[in-house]
Write a protein of this length. Structure first.
Length: 572
């Protein structure tokens, strides 16, 4: 390792320790430290009388949910994004905290133009004047990761240029690394961390954030969706200009239209057909999810634009999720079953996406789903009914100990948010009505001759491999049986009960051995053998020790049995 590398590692280590101290200090000052005890932050605590002493009178009186939001805002971009992600997870977060997390904003003051210009020219490797015909120094938007500017390419093409803030990649990478370490420790040493599998949630979150930090990846997503919607003139996806794009600079078409956030303003949205626009947007999302298997995973109103010619533009593809073909089919079946009020169909679809655990109570699971569907029917048309239902499904799956794949933790909240945004723009919107035209288009594709032929071909190949390998595996099994090698794998479910029985058996065996030794000892002493005085003393000492051992073993055995019965009562 070179001296420069050693210095770099030492510098990162120092920044890491300083960041740990900052995190511990913020949690302390906001009175939120106790849930994180065991995560290794104690050694980074500032000296003082205690968390309560660090809180001001006003802060101490605030609800805990508010203090959580304040802590995330103080800790910066990564932690704000953690809160924004958790704001979509009502299966993990209580309602009061959800309400506070929904208030988190990613808007920050714009970074000075000289800093952003230096970053831009360093990334593009040339002076700004050689890359652009004109460049507006005032950003169109500023967020924690980057800022967007209006510019013109040589030749007059108007573009939007997204530039990453200097140093944000390194700072966020450090925070993501720290979050990963904290999650591992919490899962090992803190019960709530184990209950929600916090390390898995953190890994999924880190993958999303790192994707947003890679502008070249976002550019590839834009190209992919632009190509996918090339046959649909009603949907616009910005074109990427790769000659002015890097991992930290993204240059794309400038979308000039009415953003979704302004569509409820009658003056700004004059002439916009919101009903048609909502249907276009929902159709586009359904197509991305259930046909393409890759979709825009951040469907808020600010990411859609109504164009003057009636078309819909989608922007900001930094957060994209994928879904497998199996889960696409099961997910669509789930939606259809929800709209048909079919609890059995919903149950089968969810189990197709998660797998069937060995000890699930199917009847109880279906009853819970039926209750949720009844509540959905009651709330349908409120704009939040589907979101509540999807989050309820996630919570229900965790309650019944189903293994929820990451695809579902992204898909189900996205469907709920999509309905909410659509209802916000069009209060007459109903998801069931919006899905019907798409279902009519999807059915021929799903059950058409080509699809059936491909499925039959896959099955034929699978059965072909099975029958091709069957003689080999059967011969191996018969040979092992004939040689006396036949193994049976046993997986006992109640390990604690098995250990208790083995322990009781060991006690009984030891008791029998000692009683046998006592009988032999009595035989020697009472048998009338000519023993010296010393030998008699030794035998008596040994006999006394054996009797004491029996008594000790008997007491311990009784205590063990009593404790086991207490545990059994507690389980019942």
């Amino acid at each position: 390792m070179t001296d420069q590398q050693k210095q770099g590692n030492a510098s990162r280590g120092a920044r890491r320790r300083a960041r740990f101290r900052e995190i511990a200090s913020v949690l302390w000052e906001e009175g939120l430290f106790d849930p994180f005890r065991g995560a290794g932050l104690e050694e980074s605590l500032p000296t003082g009388e205690g968390p309560e002493a660090a809180l001001g009178t006003r802060e101490r009186d605030l609800p805990m949910a508010t203090r959580v939001r304040h802590a995330l805002e103080r800790l910066g971009p990564v932690f704000i994004k953690v809160g924004q992600l958790l704001a979509t997870r009502s299966d993990l977060v209580p309602p009061a905290l959800l309400e506070e997390l929904a208030k988190l904003q990613d808007d920050v003051p714009a970074a000075p133009w000289p800093e952003m210009r230096t970053q831009l020219e360093a990334e593009l490797g040339a002076p700004l004047e050689l890359q652009f015909e004109s460049f507006d120094e005032t950003p169109l938007a500023a967020a924690s990761i980057g800022q967007v500017y209006r510019a013109t390419l040589p030749g007059g093409t108007p573009v939007a240029v997204k530039v990453q803030r200097p140093g944000v990649l390194e700072a966020m990478d450090l925070d993501l690394d720290i979050l990963h370490d904290l999650a591992i420790r919490l899962e090992r040493h803190v019960q709530w961390g184990k209950d929600i599998a916090v390390s898995t949630i953190t890994e999924d979150f880190a993958a999303l954030v790192r994707g947003e930090l890679d502008y070249a990846q976002e550019g590839r997503f834009l190209d992919r969706f632009r190509s996918a919607f090339a046959d649909d003139p009603s949907i616009v996806v910005p074109q990427v200009y790769w000659e002015a794009t890097t991992g930290r600079v993204l240059t794309m078409d400038l979308i000039q239209g009415v953003p979704g956030t302004d569509l409820n303003d009658d003056e700004k949205a004059a002439g916009v057909d919101r009903v048609t626009l909502v249907q276009l947007g929902v159709d586009a999302y359904l197509r991305m999810i259930f046909q393409l298997g890759s979709y825009h995973a951040d469907p808020h109103a600010g990411n859609i634009f109504a164009l003057s010619d009636g078309r819909l533009a989608l922007v900001d593809f930094g957060r994209v999720a994928t879904i497998s073909e199996r889960n696409r089919e099961a997910g669509f079946d789930m939606l259809q079953a929800v709209f048909d009020n079919d609890p059995s169909g919903v149950t089968e679809a969810l189990l197709a996406m998660t797998g069937v655990p060995p000890r699930i109570d199917m009847a109880a699971f279906e009853i819970d789903i039926s209750s949720m569907l009844a509540k959905y029917r009651h709330e349908e048309g409120s704009g939040k009914a589907l979101a509540t239902l999807m989050q309820g499904f996630l919570k229900l799956m965790r309650t019944h100990h189903l293994q929820v794949p990451t695809e579902l933790t992204m898909l189900l909240p996205t469907l709920g948010v999509l309905e909410g945004v659509a209802f916000q723009l069009d209060p007459t919107f109903r998801m069931i009505d919006a899905c019907k035209p798409f279902a009519r288009k999807l059915m021929p594709e799903r059950y058409g001759p080509e699809r059936i032929f491909r499925a039959t071909l896959r099955s034929a190949r699978a059965y072909g491999r099975f029958f091709d390998q069957l003689p080999v595996h059967a011969t191996r099994a018969l040979r092992r049986i004939s040689e006396g090698e036949f193994r049976v794998a046993v997986r006992p479910e109640d390990y604690a009960g098995l250990v208790d029985r083995l322990t009781a058996g060991v006690y009984l065996l030891a008791y029998a051995v000692i009683v046998g030794a006592l009988i032999v000892g009595f035989g020697f002493i009472m048998g009338g053998q000519a023993l010296t005085q010393v030998e008699r003393i030794v035998y008596r000492v040994v006999l006394f020790a054996a009797i004491a051992s029996v008594l000790w073993l008997l007491v311990r055995s009784l205590r063990h049995e009593w404790r086991r019965r207490q545990v059994d009562r507690g389980r019942r």
